[in-house]
Design a protein around this ligand. Structure first.
Ligand SMILES: *Cc1c(COP(=O)(O)O)cnc(C)c1O
Length: 358
């Protein structure tokens, strides 16, 4: 066995809701710990799936190229279809990119706190992970410090935008200025898992940078804004050469047809997205104004979650859980990450919070 595997801590997946409900003795559990979409999924997805299953072709392998989905995404993003690497969730694409690029002794630069999959997959391939702390007051990236951490061993820099778990958004201009100073043989990946939730700027995506630099890739997932976490579809837009290398190590039939069909239908319903994004922004604002009122330290969020600190974080998480509201703990001592709930649940939860802080 690889020596490093003995030392790694696995990603702990969410406990199934039925098990949590049974353990707590609650009828309804609202899971706000995994940034899933509380507004559900476009109804078009269900229709597309139901219509697909009548084909009765379970005995045949799926389209290993995910052609229809690939064409749809390529047309929308104005990239060549071959520039897309589509995976079983972004998780698989993150693993693939590490497998392709990283050898023992390489380094990877990441701003912390960060999504844990970046480091985990890098470590498996033998990388040294260089963690650069975000600004504690605001949660924003320290681009100057990130740049200092890059040297000729650095194959990969991660920019998660908005960042998980801080929820903070970095402007395309700041990212562009950073990438301009990064050596061209270091790939900068911009993980835009939550970019659809950004409402402070008109064009939040860094898609334009793909045409400006040879060493940029952009990641997207259907798991969050599209509410398709169960179907596992994520993708990366990359320079063509890297995409071709990644295709050689990709499992030939990674995406089953249900996932492909579901993602296409979800992508077609941009109206669902628009509605949900504005509701999320409205609810997010209510949380921020209460946090301001209570003097709670939080990071200004442009995502569908908010990261904040209270002195008894465990106590607050327990108080919410008792009423069936599960939030994410354990990322930073004294901090919690809350997926922004729908209006009615949000009102109840803020009531519990106010009582708790009294
Ligand atoms: C949720 C998440 C992903 C992965 O999502 P998949 O469900 O595997 O597509 C990737 N990056 C970040 C930052 C995430 O929060």
């Amino acid at each position: 066995m690889k020596e490093i595997i003995r030392t790694l801590k696995p990603y702990i997946p969410e406990e199934p809701a039925t098990a949590v409900k049974e353990r707590l003795g609650v009828d309804r559990l609202v899971r706000l710990s995994a940034n899933e979409n509380p507004y559900g999924t476009s109804p078009l997805v269900r229709e597309a799936i139901l219509s697909y299953v009548t084909h009765n072709d379970a005995n045949y392998y799926p389209d290993g190229n995910a052609t229809d989905l690939r064409m749809k995404l390529a047309a929308y993003w104005k990239v060549q279809p071959e520039q897309l690497v589509i995976g079983v969730g972004l998780d698989e694409v993150i693993a693939m990119v590490n497998k392709t690029l990283i050898s023992a002794g390489d380094s990877i630069v990441v701003s912390v706190p960060a999504f844990s999959e970046y480091a985990l997959n890098g470590l498996v391939e033998g990388a040294e992970i260089r963690e650069v702390e975000a600004d504690f007051e605001t949660g924003h990236y320290d681009f100057a410090a990130l740049l200092k951490a890059v040297d000729d061993t650095t194959r990969l820099v991660w920019i998660c935008n908005p960042n998980n778990p801080t929820g903070t958004y970095e402007t395309v201009e700041d990212i562009r200025n950073f990438i301009a100073k990064v050596p061209k043989d270091t790939l900068v990946i911009i993980d835009e898992a939550y970019i659809d939730f950004v409402t402070s700027v008109d064009v939040p995506t860094a898609r334009a940078l793909l045409d400006e630099f040879p060493n940029v890739a952009i990641m997207r997932t259907f798991s969050k804004a599209y509410g398709l976490a169960n179907y596992r579809v994520g993708y990366m837009m990359t320079p063509l050469e890297l995409a071709n290398y990644m295709q050689t190590i990709r499992l030939p039939y990674n995406l089953n047809t249900l996932s492909q069909v579901a993602a296409e239908a979800a992508f077609d319903d941009q109206a669902f997205l628009t509605r949900m994004i504005s509701q999320n922004a409205e609810e997010r604002a209510k949380w921020e104004s209460l946090f301001d009122e209570l003097g709670i330290h939080y990071y200004k969020s442009e995502a569908n979650f908010i990261f904040f600190s209270v002195s008894d974080a465990e106590g607050l998480a327990d108080a919410w859980l008792k009423e069936g509201y599960q939030v994410r703990r354990g990322q930073w001592e004294g901090w919690l990450r809350l997926t922004i709930p729908m209006a009615q649940d949000g009102a109840i939860m803020r009531g519990i919070l106010k009582q708790f802080m009294n």
